[in-house]
Design a protein around this ligand. Structure first.
Ligand code: FAD
Length: 523
């Protein structure tokens, strides 16, 4: 019997693999997803869904459900030596222009449930209890072997393999790919438990002290929190318990609190590591399999979700035979630099939060809280903070899929995420987010009427010539903040909501050239 065959195989049904599957399903790609677990994780693990990931959820049609199931964190309180030094309001920190101007607390297990439900609603399922055991690859295919629940070995062939198999990635090991970086000396703990006493349950709190830090994030349930911190040095064991941690909590919190028995306690070493290339032949690494870093800033799960979104539409174009496989190299080009920057910033934040160096202790306890308090008074600082932490600010400017024609100096350029603002389309007001929901490319045209007619014809002819999904929308900008920037411009928006081509005078030649030279689509 010849082996089964799919266009794409995904190993790992954590948040990254499930997002990849939902995206491939959207684009009509034939795929298979397997996981050695028996179902979505039950562990809370990552807690925060950032605005950029919510935009991707919105494209899938599941953002409302995520918001219903989670809660919007109103504020983070920053304490030093037991005293509250700053309160950072987070409920609308992204400002009125953002569709999701907040941090949503929704634990990883619920994100996985949500994505899994969505995947099933699209007629797909995960093969659970199925363990990846090996692979070979040639110029034309990947052959993957699994072991199912019955212990039998099975082989599947595929054009491409997505390794979403987590930090210890068996696929990365099978290919002998280095995971360069290091491991922090400290061990960390995470405990989900009740805390009684002088601590707000509706807001997040971080406590800094000479001894280290503790982060308390509210969770569902009365007085229920997620507590994160470093395992004290005196608990010199590989498997500390909550009792080992408890003794250090008083000097860090410096207030009267009673800690219940955790209903989940785990300790782990934190690594900062990254592969050198997200691609190895026909295998693509995504999520923790490609990069891991400290949990500072709640970026881990979100980064995996966005890796998957970046890769899926490119794989879809190649799988349907529209684009050359070289398009797939842009996945590494766009995602690797971001992962490397993230590793650096989370590393600095982590070191500063933990160091016993007297200067860093002084900065942590005296300077940092005041800087935050002052900085958050200014709209510009708030926006910078939000754009960074929410991953809204990621841009692919200067990369090979970003092409400007006369827009090189504009505020909105090729490579930028297409921003959310109010527009009028066919005499109806709506948000740009709604215009770029369908799976495919979108031209959003702010040119004057004579030129929009020409542009519409050019887009229709291009879509027909190339057999690519392309919608065209003539729009009027209703937002005073963006009007001058976008007026007269035409934007080709990629399926992942980034501007591919920006032009002050779009022509069919520009479009064809973009599709052939940048996207490697045969014209
Ligand atoms: C204790 C803990 C706390 C954390 N807290 C945070 C946090 O607060 N904020 C944050 O952003 N991140 C946090 N993280 C990190 C976050 O959980 C990860 O970044 C996220 O899970 C990455 O998703 P992923 O899908 O890439 O990998 P994973 O979620 O690890 O999924 C990998 C999947 O691959 C499957 N798999 C592995 N090997 C095989 C095999 N041989 N065959 C088949 N399937 C296989 C696994 O079963 C798993 O389902 C935490 C992690 C841990 C462990």
């Amino acid at each position: 019997m010849s082996p089964a065959r799919s266009q794409v195989v995904i190993v790992g049904a954590g948040p990254t693999g499930l997002m990849a599957a939902c995206q491939l399903a959207r684009f009509g790609v034939d795929f298979r997803i397997i996981d050695s677990k028996s179902g979505p994780t039950r562990e809370s693990r990552a807690l925060v869904v950032q605005a950029r990931a919510l935009e991707v959820y919105q494209q899938l049609g599941i953002a409302d459900r995520a918001i219903e199931r989670g809660y919007i964190m109103p504020a983070m309180n920053i304490h030093a030596n037991g005293k509250r030094r700053a309160r950072v309001p987070l409920g609308d920190i992204g400002g009125p222009l953002n569709p999701f101007p907040f941090l949503l607390v929704l634990e990883q297990s619920q994100n996985e449930e949500l994505l899994y439900e969505h995947l099933r609603s699209l007629g797909h399922d995960v093969t659970w209890n199925c363990e990846f055991t090996g692979l070979t690859q040639s110029d034309t295919q990947v052959t993957v072997t699994f072991q199912g629940a019955d212990g039998a070995s099975e082989t599947t062939e595929a054009d491409y393999l997505i390794a979403a198999d987590g930090a210890s990635s068996p696929i990365r090991r099978a290919l002998d790919i280095p995971f360069g970086g290091g491991t922090y000396n400290e061990r960390f703990y995470v405990a989900d438990l009740q805390i009684e006493g002088d601590i707000p349950h509706t807001e997040g709190s971080i406590f800094f002290a000479k001894e280290g830090f503790a982060l308390a994030l509210p969770m569902d349930g009365e007085k229920h929190f997620r507590l994160v911190g470093a395992v004290p040095k005196y608990a010199d064991t590989e498997t500390p318990t909550f009792d080992d941690v408890r003794r250090d909590l008083d000097p860090i919190f410096q207030r009267s609190l009673t800690f219940g028995e955790p209903n989940w306690f785990s300790s782990y070493t934190v690594h900062h590591r990254c592969v050198e290339n997200f691609q190895s032949g026909r295998v693509f690494f995504a999520g923790d399999a490609a990069h891991i870093h400290s949990p500072a800033g709640g970026q881990g799960m979100n980064t995996g979700l966005l890796d998957a979104q970046n890769l899926a539409w490119k794989l879809a174009l190649v799988a349907r035979g529209s684009a050359q496989p070289s398009l797939l190299e842009t996945y590494n080009e766009e995602r690797l630099p971001f992962a490397q920057r993230l590793l650096q910033t989370t590393d600095r934040a982590f070191q500063a939060g933990l160091s016993r160096n007297p200067l860093l202790v002084f900065l942590r306890l005296r300077v940092f809280p005041n800087l935050i308090r002052l900085g958050m008074r200014f709209g510009g600082t708030r926006r910078l903070f939000f754009d960074t932490i929410s991953q809204i600010g990621i841009t692919h400017r200067g990369h090979s899929l970003a092409v400007n024609h006369g827009t090189q100096q504009d505020r909105l350029r090729a490579g930028d995420r297409f921003p959310a603002f109010e527009v009028e389309v066919q005499r109806k007001a709506c948000s740009t987010v709604g215009l770029i929901r369908d799976p495919g490319f979108h031209v959003i045209d702010f040119a004057p009427p004579g030129r929009t007619r020409q542009n519409a014809q050019a887009c229709a002819a291009t879509a027909k010539d190339l057999n690519v999904p392309l919608t065209y929308k003539e729009a009027i900008c209703l937002d005073a903040e963006w009007r001058e920037d976008v007026e007269g411009r035409t934007y080709l928006v990629r399926p992942d909501m980034y501007v591919g081509l920006a032009s002050t005078a779009l022509t069919q030649e520009q479009l064809l050239d973009y599709f052939s030279s940048a996207l490697q689509i045969e014209c």
